[in-house]
Write a protein that binds this ligand. Structure first.
Ligand SMILES: [Zn+2]
Length: 397
């Protein structure tokens, strides 16, 4: 493991100090530290936060670095799903190469942990998963990658998909995924019973994409909460998007959030600019573990996005109408320390004893750093420098 003396930095925006890293962990924080024989990095008085956490993305989808894709379609969710499933192979979307590009760009921009969903469907089998598993192995030590086996094209409506999810979990996926059990499968009981049983079989967490609007989404959320409680899966269930938490009446939202917090279900938000998104402040105030993510980046669904959690934080901040410094600090925490907790990574902080997964940021204060569009001066993973001045130490294919 790695030793490093990081000098001249401001931990969490506080006064200038040094951080001594021993065996990949933060050993000391203080002024004027000395450690003979240990490599030194000068942080240039930059801010230091726990590494950024990408809590919801799709490493298997991006066209980043490929020729411009002009075939994007409009239409409803099903059209986007079908277009992607049909276009992947003709487009030459090599999942290992593309997920390497995507993950390395995230490293360059200060991310130390990724939770990615990977499509599992009856057309592609486990081939997309295999590409992302290769990437996880190639980037071991540079970034941590959690993989969700994600039934993007539906579960109950596509017989054979459940067996593939089972095989994906056996092959190395970490988390059982789900998707709109009511609107996609029109069989919420069927899908939820199946994925909760699979999670129990593999002793794995669950992460469900829930785009369902209004009362339909609230109904599905209640079914998820019932199962979380009945099966004792508190702290191991996540719901992505949860648009309904911005669509049903305020008293209903409040009651749902209270129950989500009590059952320790995490919510992942992308601050989707063209959707209703749950209030970040309301969720955090309710005590819900919340993470944020970029979702798909320049994929067959849409041309937008950057592989950069600070870019995404600004989108989430604008969507939530944040103005005050404490709101921007809450946002940065949700993109780093609190975001890690939302994906089951405890103790992600700039404190003695924590893993030395650190991101340096330019800026006068934490709030200022959120709005600045500057390269990250330094990114450290397990005590090793993995990116410098916006460039990862490993080259993308
Ligand atoms: Zn997604």
């Amino acid at each position: 493991m790695t030793d490093l003396l990081l000098k001249n930095i401001r931990p969490m925006g506080r006064e200038t100090a040094d951080i001594l890293i021993r065996d990949g962990k933060i050993a000391r924080i203080g002024a004027g530290l000395d450690a003979p024989g240990v490599a030194v990095e000068d942080g240039g008085n930059a801010l230091v936060i726990p590494g950024l956490v990408e809590a919801h993305t799709h490493l298997d989808k991006t066209t980043w670095g490929m020729p411009w894709y002009a075939g994007r379609k409009g239409g409803v969710l099903q059209d986007l799903i079908d277009n992607e499933r049909n276009e992947r192979v003709p487009l030459g979307l090599d999942v290992h190469r593309q997920s390497m590009r995507h993950a390395i760009a995230l490293i360059a921009n200060g991310t130390t942990h990724i939770r990615t969903h990977v499509d599992i469907d009856t057309d592609h089998g486990l081939s997309l998963l295999e590409g992302v598993l290769q990437t996880r192995e190639a980037l071991a030590g540079l970034i941590d990658i959690q993989i969700v086996a994600f039934p993007q094209s539906g579960l109950m409506v596509r017989p054979g998909t459940l067996d593939l999810l089972d095989a994906a979990m056996a092959a190395g996926a970490d988390i059982v995924g789900g998707l709109d059990p009511s609107s996609m499968d029109r069989d919420p009981k069927g899908q939820l019973d199946a994925i909760f049983a699979l999670a129990q079989k593999h002793d794995a967490p669950i992460d469900i994409h829930l785009h369902e609007p209004g009362e339909l989404g609230a109904f599905t959320m209640e079914l998820i909460l019932e199962r979380t409680q009945a099966l004792g899966m508190q702290g191991r269930v996540g719901v992505s998007h949860a648009f309904h938490l911005a669509m049903v009446p305020p008293a209903r939202i409040e009651a749902l959030m209270e129950r989500i917090a009590a059952l320790d279900v995490s919510i992942y938000s992308t601050g989707h600019p063209s959707a209703n998104v749950p209030s970040l402040k309301a969720m955090r105030a309710a005590g819900i573990r919340v993470g944020i993510g970029c979702d798909g980046i320049r994929d067959t669904w849409g041309p937008w996005g950057e592989p950069d959690m600070m870019h995404r934080a600004r989108i989430v901040g604008m969507k939530n109408g944040f103005r005050r410094d404490e709101e921007l600090e809450l946002l940065l925490d949700t993109a780093s320390g609190a975001g890690a907790a939302s994906i089951g990574v405890a103790g992600h902080a700039v404190t003695v004893g924590a893993a030395a997964d650190l991101t340096l940021l330019a800026g006068e204060t934490l709030a200022h750093a959120v709005v600045l569009q500057e390269p990250r001066p330094l990114v450290i993973k397990g005590g090793a420098v993995v990116a410098r001045a916006g460039n990862a130490v490993i080259e993308a294919p």
